[in-house]
Unconditional design. Structure first.
Length: 94
């Protein structure tokens, strides 16, 4: 039930297992086109990782601000609960 232009199997079809390489293929036997494609993939990966690092660096001030705000709210909430406990204890002592 797959579309002729679709190379991925449909949900109801089983994909062929990826073959396991059992022998080492010398680099001299790998076609130049495959080596070029692998180099391109490595370059693309490096580019994506660099972009990720840049995003994280640009987001760092906002993440720091959000973390500080979360800690402040958590501590304030803890203090408010403690204050409620102290108030209840004071009323019970009366």
């Amino acid at each position: 039930m797959s579309h002729p232009h679709n190379t991925l199997p449909m949900a109801d079809e089983k994909a062929d297992p990826i073959p396991l390489l059992t022998t080492v293929v010398p680099a001299s036997e790998i076609p130049a086109a495959v080596l070029a494609a692998l180099d391109a993939r490595l370059a693309e990966r490096a580019s994506v990782l660099a972009l990720s690092q840049e995003f994280m660096q640009n987001l760092r001030p906002e993440l720091d601000r959000m973390a500080a705000e979360l800690v402040q709210r958590s501590v304030q909430g803890m203090w408010d609960k403690r204050a409620d406990v102290y108030q209840r204890m004071g009323r019970q002592a009366d």
